[in-house]
Write a protein that binds this ligand. Structure first.
Ligand SMILES: O=C[C@H](O)COP(=O)(O)O
Length: 248
Protein backbone atom coordinates (compact mmCIF):
# COMPACT_ATOMS: atom_id res chain seq x y z
CA UNK A 1 0.00 0.00 0.00
CA UNK A 2 1.59 3.26 -1.10
CA UNK A 3 1.54 6.21 1.29
CA UNK A 4 0.00 9.31 -0.28
CA UNK A 5 2.23 12.31 -0.80
CA UNK A 6 0.74 15.78 -1.02
CA UNK A 7 3.18 18.51 -1.95
CA UNK A 8 2.69 22.24 -2.30
CA UNK A 9 4.67 24.10 -4.92
CA UNK A 10 4.83 27.71 -3.84
CA UNK A 11 6.49 28.79 -7.11
CA UNK A 12 7.81 32.39 -6.97
CA UNK A 13 5.63 33.46 -4.07
CA UNK A 14 6.30 34.36 -0.42
CA UNK A 15 9.18 36.37 1.04
CA UNK A 16 11.10 34.72 3.88
CA UNK A 17 8.98 36.39 6.55
CA UNK A 18 5.77 35.54 4.68
CA UNK A 19 7.02 31.95 4.38
CA UNK A 20 7.44 31.63 8.13
CA UNK A 21 3.95 33.05 8.69
CA UNK A 22 2.42 30.65 6.16
CA UNK A 23 4.16 27.58 7.60
CA UNK A 24 2.95 28.58 11.06
CA UNK A 25 -0.58 29.16 9.80
CA UNK A 26 -0.77 25.85 7.91
CA UNK A 27 1.05 23.69 10.45
CA UNK A 28 -2.03 22.70 12.46
CA UNK A 29 -4.18 22.40 9.31
CA UNK A 30 -1.93 19.91 7.52
CA UNK A 31 -1.36 17.63 10.50
CA UNK A 32 -1.96 14.16 9.08
CA UNK A 33 -0.56 10.70 9.77
CA UNK A 34 -1.36 8.78 6.64
CA UNK A 35 0.23 11.08 4.04
CA UNK A 36 3.61 12.71 3.53
CA UNK A 37 3.25 16.48 3.44
CA UNK A 38 5.85 18.56 1.62
CA UNK A 39 6.12 22.32 1.09
CA UNK A 40 8.39 23.09 -1.87
CA UNK A 41 9.42 26.68 -1.38
CA UNK A 42 11.64 29.28 -3.09
CA UNK A 43 15.36 28.80 -2.32
CA UNK A 44 15.58 31.86 -0.12
CA UNK A 45 12.70 30.60 2.04
CA UNK A 46 14.16 27.14 2.67
CA UNK A 47 16.16 27.85 5.84
CA UNK A 48 13.46 29.85 7.67
CA UNK A 49 10.78 27.40 6.50
CA UNK A 50 12.77 24.39 7.80
CA UNK A 51 13.12 26.17 11.14
CA UNK A 52 9.41 27.06 11.27
CA UNK A 53 8.36 23.51 10.34
CA UNK A 54 10.40 21.87 13.12
CA UNK A 55 8.31 19.58 15.32
CA UNK A 56 5.58 19.26 12.67
CA UNK A 57 4.90 16.68 9.97
CA UNK A 58 5.88 19.14 7.23
CA UNK A 59 8.98 18.37 5.12
CA UNK A 60 10.49 21.31 3.28
CA UNK A 61 11.43 20.76 -0.36
CA UNK A 62 13.10 22.80 -3.09
CA UNK A 63 11.60 23.85 -6.41
CA UNK A 64 14.75 23.24 -8.42
CA UNK A 65 18.48 22.58 -8.18
CA UNK A 66 21.51 22.41 -10.47
CA UNK A 67 23.17 19.16 -11.51
CA UNK A 68 26.75 20.18 -10.74
CA UNK A 69 28.34 19.93 -7.28
CA UNK A 70 29.87 23.41 -7.08
CA UNK A 71 31.71 26.07 -9.03
CA UNK A 72 31.19 28.96 -11.42
CA UNK A 73 27.45 28.66 -12.02
CA UNK A 74 26.21 32.10 -11.02
CA UNK A 75 22.73 32.05 -9.57
CA UNK A 76 22.41 28.28 -9.24
CA UNK A 77 21.92 26.19 -6.12
CA UNK A 78 23.72 22.89 -5.55
CA UNK A 79 22.44 19.60 -4.14
CA UNK A 80 24.82 19.91 -1.18
CA UNK A 81 23.45 23.32 -0.29
CA UNK A 82 19.92 21.91 -0.25
CA UNK A 83 20.83 18.89 1.86
CA UNK A 84 22.76 21.04 4.32
CA UNK A 85 19.72 23.33 4.64
CA UNK A 86 17.49 20.39 5.57
CA UNK A 87 15.84 19.57 2.24
CA UNK A 88 14.65 16.05 1.46
CA UNK A 89 12.52 16.55 -1.67
CA UNK A 90 13.28 18.52 -4.83
CA UNK A 91 10.98 19.24 -7.75
CA UNK A 92 12.71 18.46 -11.04
CA UNK A 93 11.58 19.47 -14.52
CA UNK A 94 8.45 21.43 -13.74
CA UNK A 95 6.85 22.54 -17.01
CA UNK A 96 7.50 26.19 -16.07
CA UNK A 97 11.22 25.42 -15.84
CA UNK A 98 11.07 23.62 -19.16
CA UNK A 99 9.19 26.52 -20.80
CA UNK A 100 10.94 29.57 -19.30
CA UNK A 101 14.37 28.22 -18.34
CA UNK A 102 15.15 25.87 -21.22
CA UNK A 103 15.16 22.66 -19.20
CA UNK A 104 15.14 19.55 -21.34
CA UNK A 105 14.53 15.87 -20.72
CA UNK A 106 18.33 15.47 -20.65
CA UNK A 107 18.91 18.12 -17.95
CA UNK A 108 16.01 16.62 -16.03
CA UNK A 109 17.78 13.25 -16.09
CA UNK A 110 21.06 14.80 -14.89
CA UNK A 111 19.26 16.48 -12.00
CA UNK A 112 17.36 13.32 -11.08
CA UNK A 113 20.63 11.34 -10.92
CA UNK A 114 22.24 14.06 -8.83
CA UNK A 115 19.30 14.21 -6.42
CA UNK A 116 19.57 10.45 -5.80
CA UNK A 117 23.33 10.72 -5.39
CA UNK A 118 22.63 13.07 -2.48
CA UNK A 119 19.81 10.94 -1.04
CA UNK A 120 17.13 13.45 -1.93
CA UNK A 121 13.79 12.37 -3.36
CA UNK A 122 13.08 13.94 -6.74
CA UNK A 123 9.53 14.92 -7.62
CA UNK A 124 9.86 14.44 -11.37
CA UNK A 125 7.36 16.43 -13.44
CA UNK A 126 5.92 15.43 -16.77
CA UNK A 127 2.91 16.57 -18.76
CA UNK A 128 1.51 17.37 -22.16
CA UNK A 129 0.40 20.62 -23.78
CA UNK A 130 -3.16 21.17 -24.93
CA UNK A 131 -2.01 20.79 -28.54
CA UNK A 132 -0.42 17.42 -27.79
CA UNK A 133 -3.58 16.25 -26.06
CA UNK A 134 -5.68 17.33 -29.03
CA UNK A 135 -3.28 15.53 -31.37
CA UNK A 136 -3.80 12.33 -29.37
CA UNK A 137 -0.10 11.94 -28.50
CA UNK A 138 -0.33 12.46 -24.73
CA UNK A 139 0.71 8.96 -23.67
CA UNK A 140 3.56 8.71 -26.19
CA UNK A 141 4.88 12.10 -25.08
CA UNK A 142 4.75 11.25 -21.38
CA UNK A 143 6.37 7.85 -21.92
CA UNK A 144 9.24 9.55 -23.70
CA UNK A 145 9.67 12.07 -20.85
CA UNK A 146 9.68 9.27 -18.29
CA UNK A 147 12.10 7.03 -20.18
CA UNK A 148 14.67 9.82 -20.45
CA UNK A 149 14.16 11.08 -16.88
CA UNK A 150 14.92 7.57 -15.54
CA UNK A 151 17.99 6.78 -17.68
CA UNK A 152 20.66 5.16 -15.46
CA UNK A 153 18.40 5.34 -12.39
CA UNK A 154 18.46 2.03 -10.52
CA UNK A 155 15.29 0.17 -9.57
CA UNK A 156 15.98 0.78 -5.87
CA UNK A 157 16.25 4.50 -6.52
CA UNK A 158 13.18 4.53 -8.76
CA UNK A 159 11.11 2.87 -6.04
CA UNK A 160 11.60 5.94 -3.83
CA UNK A 161 10.96 8.53 -6.55
CA UNK A 162 7.84 10.61 -6.99
CA UNK A 163 6.45 11.43 -10.42
CA UNK A 164 4.08 14.37 -10.82
CA UNK A 165 1.80 14.18 -13.85
CA UNK A 166 0.82 17.75 -14.63
CA UNK A 167 -1.05 18.45 -17.87
CA UNK A 168 0.26 21.90 -18.83
CA UNK A 169 -3.21 23.09 -19.85
CA UNK A 170 -4.47 22.42 -16.32
CA UNK A 171 -1.77 24.38 -14.48
CA UNK A 172 -3.04 27.59 -12.93
CA UNK A 173 -6.01 27.65 -15.28
CA UNK A 174 -8.73 26.37 -12.97
CA UNK A 175 -9.29 23.72 -15.64
CA UNK A 176 -8.58 20.51 -13.74
CA UNK A 177 -8.21 17.30 -15.76
CA UNK A 178 -11.14 14.93 -15.41
CA UNK A 179 -10.61 12.08 -13.00
CA UNK A 180 -10.60 9.68 -15.95
CA UNK A 181 -7.96 11.67 -17.84
CA UNK A 182 -5.71 11.92 -14.76
CA UNK A 183 -6.10 8.23 -13.86
CA UNK A 184 -5.50 7.10 -17.45
CA UNK A 185 -2.15 8.91 -17.70
CA UNK A 186 -1.01 7.97 -14.19
CA UNK A 187 -1.76 4.31 -14.98
CA UNK A 188 0.21 4.62 -18.22
CA UNK A 189 3.15 6.09 -16.29
CA UNK A 190 3.06 3.18 -13.84
CA UNK A 191 2.97 0.76 -16.76
CA UNK A 192 5.98 2.49 -18.33
CA UNK A 193 7.92 2.21 -15.05
CA UNK A 194 7.00 -1.50 -15.01
CA UNK A 195 8.45 -1.90 -18.51
CA UNK A 196 11.67 -0.07 -17.62
CA UNK A 197 12.12 -1.95 -14.32
CA UNK A 198 9.70 -4.54 -12.97
CA UNK A 199 6.33 -4.88 -11.30
CA UNK A 200 7.66 -4.29 -7.79
CA UNK A 201 9.13 -0.94 -8.84
CA UNK A 202 5.94 0.05 -10.63
CA UNK A 203 3.93 -0.81 -7.53
CA UNK A 204 6.24 1.13 -5.22
CA UNK A 205 6.69 4.39 -7.10
CA UNK A 206 4.37 7.24 -6.14
CA UNK A 207 2.58 9.21 -8.85
CA UNK A 208 0.92 12.54 -8.16
CA UNK A 209 -1.54 14.53 -10.20
CA UNK A 210 -1.05 18.30 -10.46
CA UNK A 211 -3.00 21.04 -12.20
CA UNK A 212 -5.63 23.20 -10.52
CA UNK A 213 -6.12 20.75 -7.64
CA UNK A 214 -8.57 22.18 -5.11
CA UNK A 215 -10.27 21.03 -1.93
CA UNK A 216 -13.27 20.00 -4.01
CA UNK A 217 -11.42 18.07 -6.75
CA UNK A 218 -8.86 16.35 -4.48
CA UNK A 219 -11.08 13.59 -2.99
CA UNK A 220 -12.10 12.09 -6.32
CA UNK A 221 -8.64 12.46 -7.87
CA UNK A 222 -6.79 10.99 -4.89
CA UNK A 223 -9.19 8.02 -4.71
CA UNK A 224 -8.01 6.74 -8.08
CA UNK A 225 -5.93 3.55 -8.00
CA UNK A 226 -2.87 5.07 -9.66
CA UNK A 227 -2.97 8.58 -8.15
CA UNK A 228 -0.95 8.75 -4.95
CA UNK A 229 -1.52 12.38 -4.07
CA UNK A 230 -1.00 15.76 -5.64
CA UNK A 231 1.43 18.53 -6.53
CA UNK A 232 -0.53 21.63 -5.67
CA UNK A 233 0.27 25.17 -6.79
CA UNK A 234 -2.12 28.02 -6.01
CA UNK A 235 -4.16 26.18 -3.40
CA UNK A 236 -1.03 25.31 -1.38
CA UNK A 237 -0.74 28.97 -0.35
CA UNK A 238 -4.11 28.98 1.38
CA UNK A 239 -5.76 27.32 4.37
CA UNK A 240 -7.54 25.15 1.78
CA UNK A 241 -4.31 23.17 1.56
CA UNK A 242 -5.25 21.63 4.91
CA UNK A 243 -8.46 20.31 3.34
CA UNK A 244 -6.52 18.91 0.38
CA UNK A 245 -4.09 17.09 2.68
CA UNK A 246 -7.00 15.74 4.74
CA UNK A 247 -9.04 14.92 1.63
CA UNK A 248 -10.72 11.73 2.88
O1 LIG B 1 3.35 22.40 -9.34
C1 LIG B 1 2.15 22.67 -9.30
C2 LIG B 1 1.40 22.85 -10.50
O2 LIG B 1 2.06 23.61 -11.45
C3 LIG B 1 -0.04 23.13 -10.33
O3 LIG B 1 -0.30 24.49 -10.11
P1 LIG B 1 -1.82 24.91 -9.81
O4 LIG B 1 -2.30 24.02 -8.71
O5 LIG B 1 -1.74 26.34 -9.42
O6 LIG B 1 -2.57 24.68 -11.08
Amino acid sequence: MRKKIIAGNWKMNMTPSEAVALVNELKPLVACEDADVVFCVPAIDIIPAVEAAKGSNIEIGAENMYFEEKGAYTGEISPNMLVDAGVKYVIIGHSERREYFAETDETVNKKVLKAFEHNMIPIICCGESLKQREQGITIDWIRQQIKIAFLNVTADQAKTAVIAYEPIWAIGTGKVATTEQAQEVCAAIRCCIGEIYDEATAEAIRIQYGGSVSASSAPELFSQPDIDGGLVGGASLKPDFGKIVNWH
